[in-house]
Design a protein around this ligand. Structure first.
Ligand code: ADP
Ligand code: MG
Length: 662
């Protein structure tokens, strides 16, 4: 077996398992070693029977006695096997269901080890279907560690078609194989300086730890590596960009003034500050790299359009990248409204364009005419070539990965870049993900905008929610209804819309779901904006940017499935006009902790505070496992608790360079 072997060369891997492994990102033997446990069970020492506690996981080692197999009462096909395990301190009951798979009668009298949490049944403790192993008669051999017993056992996340036990066993075999050695990726002096485990030892420590300490050491070494790789890439990007060569856009100041005058409202103080900072950057000959942050509705888009006006006025092209088609067409509408009257061409590129239209559009963009091109991923395709790109704007940039950002950059390395985000990015995370980007912050909302009244409502009161919606609609309001992304998305949206139609007769309800063609989605939103439909039922496609001033109510179903920041974003969709916005969070409020977590939203309206709380909550929940989901492709690193390792990695990039100079 080699680290570079494809997994299908392993015993027991057919096409089905190969596909299941691939869905976890495991294609080669090497990838198995990077599959991180979600938690551990300490199965080293057994608990004496007399010390067992109800509902607390424990290992018991003893002799199997009194095995009894019978059919369940009234259930023809269900076998039940009961038995006792006895050690020097007493005995405890076990029950297994589905007896054909566990014919324990053959093992009566043998030594057994089992792991589980015993439950209190009629005042005595009993294990139900525990993990177990029949032990060899030689007591010395019985205590040797294997994939599942007599060690600290990692528990891995798995997926359908991939038995957890099997996966654990092959990872164990890889981690303990004397012939497999993972090559080191960090420079030797760094390992010594920070006293880090080698990559090989770190991985072995994680999959086959001799102690808790070894898990922590292994984890630390991996987290550091993730941060180091990121910092290195950021540093290289910075070097590439530091050379001058970007266009100075000073010549566009007049166009920007005209733009501001045409708006019909004054910028808030922080909008002014932000635009000032951006404008200064655009005057320079080093490419701008700036993040514009501000809560939903704080007016980022108009600030970005003001920057676009400056670029256009100086004779350069502007690209605007949006994460969804709905948002792309909204931005396009904004361009048409504010930039086109100043005489600038505003184009949108979409996935479903007629080939001839597309050809014409690309031909125009390839020339040096000053124009704006808005689009989603369609904008990033290789065939889109700008003749004179001066400014790239990325809306809701956290929706894009590193690859897409660099694709846009690749359109012109020297263009200025402005990124916008309504999901506040805590400072530590921001530094890690974007390195030295400058950041501008819009603190306040345009005058007169009130915060969105937020209430947690038990799902059992859904009828009252419907009644409230009817009242709101009859006085001219409009509602969003957000379904969670679980199971079949389209199904969920459609069945909710149906149910609602029964309760809200006479109301026009539109459904918006992932399976619809882009054109149809646009249509639905247009109908909602025009008031032809008064309710949109959808998944989170309306999360970003959508601007319908009459929308006043947003209901989020199964709210606890969403992150707090995401919910905060969602509620920013309402209360953008004269009506006070209302957000109703539906869930089973009695469920563990749901109420407390969501209550943060009832009390707090500061997107940044909410983002920090979210990060802390998620960070705290994962203390035992190594796996971490979501943040920018990190497998192990957790920003809430690994800040110091991030600092190390940053210092060490410089340290290494200084050292190499000598
Ligand atoms: P964001 O992109 O930050 O969510 P938008 O730029 O879409 O916010 O602004 C939300 C709404 O507020 C838009 O309708 C916009 O025209 C309006 N708006 C923006 N700035 C101001 C302002 N200073 N005064 C009044 N209305 C504003
Ligand atoms: Mg916006």
């Amino acid at each position: 077996m080699l680290l570079s072997d494809p997994v299908e060369q392993l015993n027991g891997v057919g096409p089905k398992r190969k596909a299941a492994l691939a869905s976890l990102g495991i294609d080669f033997v090497r990838d198995l070693l990077f599959h991180m446990p979600m938690r551990y069970e300490d199965r080293r020492s057994a608990t004496p029977v007399e010390r067992l506690v109800a509902d607390k996981t424990a290992i018991v080692r003893g002799t199997l006695e009194d095995v009894n197999r019978r059919k369940a009462h009234g259930r023809q096909n269900l076998w039940i096997t009961t038995a006792e395990v006895r050690d020097a301190t007493g005995s405890v009951g076990i029950v297994w269901f589905g007896g054909w798979a566990n014919d324990m009668t053959a093992h009566e009298g043998r030594r057994i080890v089992l792991c589980g949490a015993p439950a209190l049944k009629e005042r005595v403790l009993e294990f139900a279907s525990p993990a177990y192993k029949i032990l060899p008669d030689d007591p010395g051999e019985a205590l040797l560690p294997d994939a599942e017993w007599n060690r600290i056992v990692p528990i891995y996340p798995t997926t359908e078609g991939l038995p957890r036990k099997w996966l654990a066993r092959i990872i164990y075999e890889c981690a303990t194989s004397p012939t497999l050695r993972v090559e080191e990726t960090l420079p030797e002096p760094l390992l010594a300086k920070r006293n880090l485990l080698s990559l090989h030892d770190a991985l072995c420590g994680i999959h086959n730890p001799a102690s808790r300490q070894e898990i922590l050491e292994g984890r630390k070494s991996l987290v550091y590596r993730e941060f180091f790789a990121l910092q290195k890439a950021l540093w290289e990007a910075r070097v590439r960009r530091a050379a001058p060569g970007a266009p100075s856009l000073v010549a566009g100041n007049r166009a920007q003034k005209l733009f501001l005058r045409s708006l019909g409202f004054d910028f808030t103080p922080s909008q002014k500050d932000a635009l000032h900072e951006i404008s200064e950057d655009l005057d320079r000959k080093t490419p701008m790299s700036r993040l514009l942050q501000g809560d939903v509705g704080s007016g980022k888009t108009v600030v970005a359009l003001a920057a676009a006006a400056k670029a256009l006025g100086a004779g350069y092209q502007v690209a605007i990248l949006a994460p969804t088609t709905v948002l792309s067409s909204q931005l396009q509408a904004g361009c048409e409204r504010y930039l086109a009257p100043l005489g600038f061409t505003c184009l949108e590129i979409t996935g479903g364009m007629k080939p001839s239209d597309r050809k014409n559009l690309l031909a125009r963009v390839g020339q040096s005419e000053a124009l704006v091109l808005t689009g989603t991923h369609a904008l990033l395709e290789e065939s889109v070539v700008f003749g004179k790109l001066g400014l790239a704007i990325i809306d809701e940039q956290h929706r894009f990965g590193v690859t897409q950002r660099s694709l846009l950059r690749g359109k012109n390395e020297r263009a200025h870049a402005l990124m916008m985000s309504a999901t506040p990015i805590p400072r530590t995370l921001c530094l890690a993900l974007y390195g030295d980007v400058e950041s501008s912050l819009i603190k306040e909302k345009p005058l007169g905008r009130k915060s969105v009244a937020t209430r947690i409502v038990d799902v059992r009161r859904i009828d009252e929610v419907y009644r409230y919606m009817r009242k709101e609609i009859s006085s001219g309001g409009r509602c969003y209804w957000i379904c969670p992304l679980i199971g079949d998305e389209d199904e969920g949206v459609l069945s909710r819309a149906k149910d609602m139609a029964r309760h809200l007769r006479g109301v026009d309800i539109a459904a918006l779901h992932g399976g619809m063609p882009a054109g149809e989605k646009k249509n639905v939103m247009a109908r909602f904006a025009a008031g032809e439909a008064q309710v949109v039922v959808s998944t989170t496609v309306v999360e970003v940017g959508v601007d319908v001033p009459e929308a006043s109510v947003i209901v989020v179903e199964s709210a606890s499935n969403f992150g707090l920041s995401q919910l905060h974003q969602l509620r920013g969709r309402v209360g953008r006009g004269d009506r006070r916005g209302v957000c109703l969070l539906l869930d089973e409020v009695q469920k563990n902790g749901v109420g407390e977590r969501l209550a943060i939203l009832e009390k707090c309206d500061d997107g940044f505070a909410i983002a920090e709380a979210d990060l802390q909550l998620r960070g705290a929940g994962e203390l035992t496992g190594l796996r971490q989901h979501g943040e920018a492709g990190f497998r192990v690193a957790n920003f809430a608790k690994d800040t110091h390792l991030l600092e190390w990695a940053k210092e060490d990039i410089t340290w290494l360079r200084e050292r190499n100079k000598r």
